[in-house]
Design a protein around this ligand. Sequence first.
Ligand SMILES: [Zn+2]
Length: 478
Amino acid sequence: MSLKVYDTMTKSLREFVPRDPGKVSIYVCGVTPYNFCHIGNARPFLVWDVIRRYLTYKGYSVRYVQNFTDVDDKIINQAQKEGVSALEIADRYIKEYFHDMDALGIQRVDVYPRVTDHISDIIALVDKLIEKGHAYVLDGSVYYSVESFPEYGKLSGRSLDDLKAGARVEVDERKRHPMDFVLWKPSKENEPAWDSPWGPGRPGWHIECSVMALKYLGPGFDFHGGGSDLIFPHHENEVAQSEAALGTPFVRYWVHNGFINMGGEKMAKSVGNITRVRDLIKQYPGPAIRYYILSTHYRSPLDFRLEDMPAAVRGWKRLVNLEDNLERALAGTEIKPPADLSPAARQFQDLLAKHRQAFETAMDDDFNTAQAVGVLFDLARDLNRYLAAGAIEGERAVMLADGRDLFLSLGGVLGLTGTSERSADKALLDDLIQLVAELREDARARKDYATADRVRDRLSQLGIILEDTAAGVRWRYR
Ligand SMILES: [Zn+2]
């Protein structure tokens, strides 16, 4: 089945056809680093982390670019408050950003361009827009003329007339149209400034994404992503700038994620209803937070409730425990595919194929992670049953190894497996559980059934199941 993606530009589900066969190019608007990220800020990066992993799973070579808006009013304000440079604030919160995203298992993208490293590229594009009659100079500022681009409004579905009627009264009356937006502006005193043909200043916000996306991905790249709050005006303006300069389409598919709400309102620093990623990862494992967020389709709003987190942790633990059980069950077992498979083995293979198919069907349907997570749990349930149904040897070991590979492959797309490193503590814990199991065997050998039962019951309460097999006692997590 082919991948279908909901495109904001056409407001429809479209089959994905990449610009270059076998390759996918992605640009996602990054953060303005002036503070810690809250979980609403992190959602697009988590969503795109999974999209990128899935496209890689499908065999595409993916190039993913995400910017840092490292010069901005908010950064400058924070710098002035603390009496440090804007650069220092940006550097600090870029570091904190990576700390938080790493904890959520979000893989690094290929290029993280920063605005302050691309000023000459920005000046060149602004210059080009002036030359082509799409921008004009006004007292050291450069404005984009929205009326020069007849398709203005096509992404967000707004018309210039409606926008004009709804414009705030205090807009600069010297502008040709109230929706004209700034491409370059003079810096105030003590603000970062760069020389330009229009005087010392700094870029407006929107131009940077056009410049950096086109520089690293080229015209007509595949995916442009971000939160749905960016559709207007930010992405609308990106389209206007880029297509006016190029004369050809800027992006093939526009993909926007829904908000994270808290207490019925969009999570936002200005509202005050935020949960910082930093606080969340102190309390809960990163993969459990991923599991919680991915359990909602990326386009739907997600009502974030802290009281849901313990259930998310329990859910994720089931995956971790299975991963652990599989590893121990297959450790030291010879995996030698037999020439002929028994009917039972063939049936199990069909079952695995069915799960893989269901997972891909879900993800091909506009990256439906909510459904894909459900498939992963279905697979986990069947693998647990298989583990419990008999000794893991011969053909059954081969089948279980196939099951494990599938589980890790699909779980890896969601970033929900392969997350718990086998630390020294973990190895010690394994040895201790094995020791307790052996001591219980000794009790049974002495016919001390009271002790043996007590040990088994206590372990069971801790979620550890003992099993008597021909090869001796084995244990697994429930
Ligand atoms: Zn952007």
